[in-house]
Each structure stands twice: as C-alpha cells, then as structure tokens.
Ligand binder design. Structure first.
Ligand code: SF4
Ligand code: MSK
Length: 631
C-alpha cells in the first residue's frame, strides 16, 4: 500500500475538503488527472447567471426564455411569464422532483412489505413486529389474534392506498399536533395524498396553468408536506418494520473503513431493500470461504450516502463517506464493487471506476448507469441478486493492483441509531426528561442539520462548523443524510464530543452517555425529526412552530433537499440554507419565502452561507421561541 505526497497540491486539496481521510485519494486524482466533481465544477465556470437566479425557463418550445434582472432588460418570456412566475415554477419543479424521489423510494419499501407478507419475496421477514402492530393500530388495521403476515399485508395495502388516496388526507399527518394541522387547514395546504400533490404540481407549472407565483409556491408547501409526513415517513416506518427500528450502536466512519486485505464492497444510494440482502449474503460461510480462496481475509461492506446511513443505523455497517466521497473511495484502489441503487450517484461514476479495477453494479431498473454492470433487483429474487453481487466482488479481488492501493489509516468511531424510539428509550421510556431539560434551559433547543455536500462548499466545513457552534451554545443537534456523515467523520458523534458542548448540554450528554450530535438516519429519516418535533409539541401542548427548534442545510445540492427544507418550514420550523436556492431573480419570491410566509405557517427560510453567522441566526430564533413559551 502506498502513501501519497501532498506536496504542491496541498492547498487545492485543503480548499476542497476538511475530510482528512479523503485527502490522499483526492491528491491522487489531481496528480493522475482522474476527473472528479470538483474538476467538473471548475470547468463549468462561469456558470450561467440566469440559471443561478432562477430566471431561465425551458418549459415549452416557444422558449427557452430568460428574464434580464437588470433595469430595462427583458421582462417577460414569450408566453408572458415574468420573473416571479418563472422562478416560482422552477422552484416547484425542483421541489416536486425531490418529493417524488423520496416518495417513490417509500412506495418500493411498502411494496416489499406487501410481497414479504404475501410470500412473494425472497429472503425478507418482518423484523420489528412490535412496530408493525403499533402502526397497524394507528392505521385502524385489526391486530387481534391475527398472523403477523396478515397484519403486514393489510398495513402495506393501507399505505399503498395512501399514495393516491381519495380520502383527501394522509393518515400519518395526524401525528402532527392539532395546532400545526390547524395552520395547514387554514392555509389550504393540508396534504391530500402523495401522488396527487406531485402530479398537481406538475400540472400547475405547465405553461398556461398557474400564473400567480404565490399560489404556485403555496402548493409547493402542500407538496412538501405530502413528502415529509407521507412518502418519506412511510419509507422510514416500513423500513423499520422490515429491517428493525434503529437502536443506539457503535460503528466507524471515513474512508479508512476500507480494508487492505479484504474484498471491499461499497453500498451507495438510498434504498435499503437490496443492500440489507447484501449484508446477509456477505455473511454466508460459503462466500467467505470463496473470498479466502481468492487470497482475501474476508468480505468488508462499507456504506456510502444514505444507503450507508440506513445500514449504519440498523446494522452498524461502517460508512466510507458521503456524496463527495464516491469518486475518492474508488481512487483508493481498494474497492472491488460499488453497488448503486438510486439518487446521488454521479452519472459518470463508471468512468471513474474505469481508472481502477472497480466494477459499478447498478441494480434499479430506474437508475441504469452507462458503463456499469446491471444486476436488476426485484424483491422476488433479492437473495439471489445479493449473492451474485458478492460473488462478482470476490471474483474481482485478484484484479486489484496492490501498488495502487491507498487506504487512509484509521477510521473514526461513532455512535448511531438514534431513532425516536431509541432516544425515548435512552431517556427512560418517555420524552418527558427531554422536555424537562429543555424547559429548565439545560438544552436551549434542538436543531436538525440535514442535507448533502456540494462541491461549491469545502466538503463538510458547513456541517461541522455549524454543529460545533450550536452545541457550544447548549443546543442539541440531530442530523441525517450527508450532514450526519460529516459530523461522524469529525468525531462529533461520540459521547466524548460532549467536551465540545456548552456546560449544560455537556452535563445532559454525560448523564445519558450520548453525544451532543445525534445520528437520526438517512434523507427520508428527516421524517424522524418531524415525529420528534410532533412528540415535543404534543407534550408541551403547542404546535411545532412554537418549539425552540430550527433546521439547517449548510451544503445542500439536491432537489430532495428543496422538498425537505420546505416541509420543515411548512411544519413550522425556521430553516437556514447554506447554498442559495435559485430564486434570487425575483424579489417577490424572496420576500415571500423569507418574510410573508411567516403569516402562513409561522416559519420562514433564511439563506446564510457562513455557518458561524447561520448559528447566530438560529440561536436568536431559539431564544425568541423560548421567550414566547416563557421558558
Ligand atoms: Fe418561455 Fe413561457 Fe415557454 Fe417558459 S413557458 S419557455 S417562459 S414561453
Ligand atoms: S445522500 S440527497 S447528497 S444528503 Fe441522501 Fe447526501 Fe443529499 Fe444525497
């Protein structure tokens, strides 16, 4: 195994990331001209100013059109749309795409529950029966004296109907406090069904339909709620039923989790339904034996992005990194196979893999990747596919060039698995102790830091700086997605990290043995943050909007993050974005989302690229909320 000299390129590497484990691999890509996302961003400069402001429209063949934001410039597209409308339609387009991605993921998990309950799937079983029963009761499904598969089938059918329900209301929305739901009813944004809101969004942004920017954005709030309290929540809950509700567990994180003497398989994407089967396959004695015959000591699985988070939360599978680590992990030269399901996979990932022996295996019919080997996953044949994937990795191990292997020395330890259930358990069985410490001011409030990496921001800097500032000020941080991976890599998810917290938060963390930054899961698990907010609101007898809570997405890139931020705000949670959304071409849209929306959902968006300044905005907000609650 070789080490890499950073001489001459250290500044560039440091500019791109604070992830120490990523630096040598990045140096290698720079030295050898292996193109990465950062290089492509550089080549794209300068990026289109109209696009950045959100004022270009390519919606119909009378266009493309653009609005000139400067005095005397073009004010309307060919159809007559002005900047407000073009910006609002583009925003709703992004938001709906994100909501669709989450919800389609949710549907696949629910379909897998159906197939499992009806004996059509291979290798799955219902792992958390208690949760199945609890949700069945919540949905009004009869549980008395019934076989768990019958209950599972009825729960799955109930939830599948929710995607297009004609009841005009999504069941899990009832988990929100009454006060919050009243706000939604009054604003006309109570979500009616998952698919309906997304389809209607697409309809509204068609040329010649919605012409009122505010009305379009209002529907965006409703669509986002159908994601957060609908599609994403179903993804989380049913994944828990099938694979187990996360419990607090130890693991390790960063690119150092790859092993020099083992067959390395990276599981990348978002949906756990295949990767859970790969975890089972990798433990088969016969496959371990085959790996040994090829000269490896065993089979090492490592997660990436949110598939990684799902496996970390439930199985403690180590995580190699986040969105911006995907090409760099390949550049360690030690990855036999990278299995991808969908979302956040670079379309050029197979070209990166071509520079090494790594095979990319695509698995979803929806997400085929040029240059990848396609092994299509279906629940009916899941175990067979998972086994085939592991065999392919084993076969590929001898193709590794040991001279090109460069694994960073040591991964960081972390705690994960903080589902709402695990948090409540750690508190002794109820959320009351958390309310008490918040009321007593030991914890000033809670902030959900979520979302991606973005090569426009030094990798992990936004997440880690913001989290450190908040805990220093006695604010508990809960995280999902790549934000959580960033904090894990930075050592903030260890109980010892309490030393970095303010005295009062430190005392709470030490007494419970928990870190000041809690890993709550993948992107769809932002729904766990909603459930936590709902529980706190109900316990205090207030709406979520009245809680000392906030959200932040310091390094977001994806359309899913637009949906997440929007359902946070719609649920009453003030949310600060570190990357400006593409709305700055319309003063009216900015006014609406940063100010006037307060009158609709009692929360707003803010944009602040500097994480230290963002922490000040959040701390002020939390203190104002405390004052209003008289605590
Ligand atoms: Fe141009 Fe209007 Fe068509 Fe957009 S919808 S491309 S603004 S004509
Ligand atoms: S993986 S959506 S980069 S958080 Fe969920 Fe990370 Fe964002 Fe993808």
């Amino acid at each position: 195994m070789r080490n890499f000299d950073l001489k001459g390129i250290k500044d560039k590497v440091d500019e791109r990331t604070i992830d120490k484990s990523a630096k040598s691999a990045m140096a290698l890509t720079l030295r050898e001209g292996i193109e990465t996302v950062w290089d492509r961003l550089e080549k794209q400069q300068p990026q289109c100013g109209f696009g950045q402001l959100g004022v270009c429209c390519n919606r119909c063949t009378m266009g493309p059109c653009r609005i000139d934001p400067f005095e005397g410039g073009l004010e309307r597209g060919v159809c007559g749309a002005n900047a407000d409308l073009i910006v609002a339609r583009n925003f709703l387009d992004d938001l709906s795409t994100g909501a669709a991605a989450h919800s389609d993921h949710g549907r696949e998990v629910v379909e897998t529950l159906y197939k499992t309950s009806t004996g059509q799937s291979q290798g799955y079983r219902i792992v958390d029966r208690e949760k199945l029963n609890r949700i069945a009761v919540e949905l009004g499904v009869d549980v008395k004296d019934r076989d768990q598969n019958d209950i599972g089938k009825d729960v799955a059918l109930y939830l599948l109907e929710e995607f297009g329900t004609i009841k005009n209301s999504i069941k899990f929305v009832e988990r929100a406090p009454d006060q919050t739901r009243k706000i939604w009813k009054n604003a006309g944004i109570y979500p009616r069904s998952v698919d309906r809101e997304i389809v209607e969004a697409m309809h509204r942004i068609h040329m010649g339909v919605g012409a009122d920017y505010a009305n379009i954005l209002l529907h965006g709030l409703r669509t986002s709620l159908s994601d957060g309290w609908g599609g994403s929540m179903m993804a989380t809950e049913v994944s828990d039923i099938l694979f187990g509700t996360p419990e607090i567990k130890e693991s390790t994180i960063n690119m150092g989790v790859l092993k020099e003497d083992m067959v390395n398989v990276i599981l990348h994407g978002h949906n756990p339904i295949l990767s859970e089967m790969v975890v089972i396959a990798a433990r088969q004695p016969e496959l371990l034996e085959s790996a040994k015959k090829k000269g490896a000591k065993g089979i090492n699985l490592a997660g990436m992005c949110c598939t990684g988070n799902e496996l970390l939360m439930r199985k403690g599978v180590p995580v190699a990194g986040s969105f911006l680590n995907q090409e760099l992990a390949i550049a360690t030269g030690a990855v036999e196979v990278m299995v991808v399901d969908y979302q956040c996979i670079f379309p050029s990932i197979a070209q990166t893999a071509d520079c090494f022996h790594t095979k990319i295996i695509s698995t979803s019919e929806k997400s085929k990747v040029p240059g990848a080997v396609h092994m299509e996953f279906h629940p009916e044949t899941a175990s067979d596919t998972a086994e085939k994937i592991i065999r392919t990795a084993i076969e590929n191990y001898p193709m590794r060039n040991p001279d090109r292997v460069m694994i960073p020395p040591k991964p960081v330890k972390m705690l994960a698995g903080f589902s709402v259930e695990a948090i409540v358990k750690a508190l002794g069985g109820t959320a009351k102790p958390l309310i008490d410490v918040i009321a007593a001011g030991k914890i000033r409030g809670a902030v959900g830091i979520v979302g991606c990496n973005n090569p426009k921001i030094r990798q992990d800097y936004g997440h880690v700086t913001l989290a450190k500032e908040l805990i220093k000020n006695n604010i508990l941080v809960v995280e999902t997605g790549c934000a959580a991976i960033a904090s894990g890599k930075a050592g903030l998810m260890l109980p010892e990290a309490a030393e970095m917290a303010g005295d009062r938060l430190k005392e709470v963390c030490l007494s419970l043995g928990i870190p000041p930054v809690l890993h709550m899961g993948s992107c769809v698990d932002c729904s766990r943050i909603l459930v936590l907010g709902a529980e706190l609101g109900k316990a205090l007898g207030v709406g979520i909007d009245q809680l000392p809570m906030a959200g932040a997405a310091p390094e977001w890139y994806s359309q899913k993050a637009v949906s997440i931020a929007s359902y946070f705000v719609s649920s009453g949670v003030y949310t600060v974005l570190g990357v400006p959304p593409k709305i700055f071409g319309s003063k009216n849209v900015i006014n609406l989302v940063a100010k006037d929306i307060q009158n609709v959902v009692n929360a707003t968006f803010a944009v602040e690229p500097d994480p230290v300044e963002a922490s000040k905005l959040i701390i002020n907000h939390i203190e104002e909320k405390r004052k209003a609650l008289n605590i």
